[in-house]
Design a protein around this ligand. Sequence first.
Ligand code: FES
Length: 158
Amino acid sequence: MTAHAEDRVPGAACASCGVSRRTFLSAATLAAVAAVLDGCSQLTGPSGFGAGGGTITVKLSSYPVLANVGGVARVDGGNGSPTALVRTSSSTFTALSMICTHQGFTIDIAGSGFICPNHGAQYSKTGAWIGGQPASQLQGFAATYDATAGTVVIARPS
Ligand code: FES
C-alpha cells in the first residue's frame, strides 16, 4: 500500500496523485451533496410535477365507477403520469393529473375527491385545492367523450 503525503503532513498534496486534502474534501463534499439531492428527487413521485405520457384512450366499460355521474377512477394503467378521470355529467368528463402540486407525490382518490398521502393536501373532483397542506389546483387535461365508441380520449402532454 502506498503512503500518501497528506497522511503525514496536514494540507500537503499527495505525493502519488497530487491531490491536496482540501481539494479531496471539497470533491467529497460535493459528491455527498449531489447524492443527497438525487435521493430527494426520488421522493417527488414517479414524474415529479410533470404530467407526461401522451394521449390515452379510456374504454369506459373497463371502469364501472365511471358509469355514474361523480364517479372517479385512475385511468393511466401505469402508463405515464398518474391520471384521473371524473364523470361530471352524462356526457362530460374532467381529466386531472394525480400529481400533488405541493411536492409532486402521487395523490389518492378519496370519497370527496383526492388526498395526498404525504402532507395531506386535499383536492375536489374539479382539481381545486380544498384543504390540508396548501397547494395549487391540479393540472387538468382535455377529455373528449365519444358516446358511440364508449371512450374518453385524454390529451396529456408527451
Ligand atoms: S406532496 Fe402533497 S401535500 Fe406535500
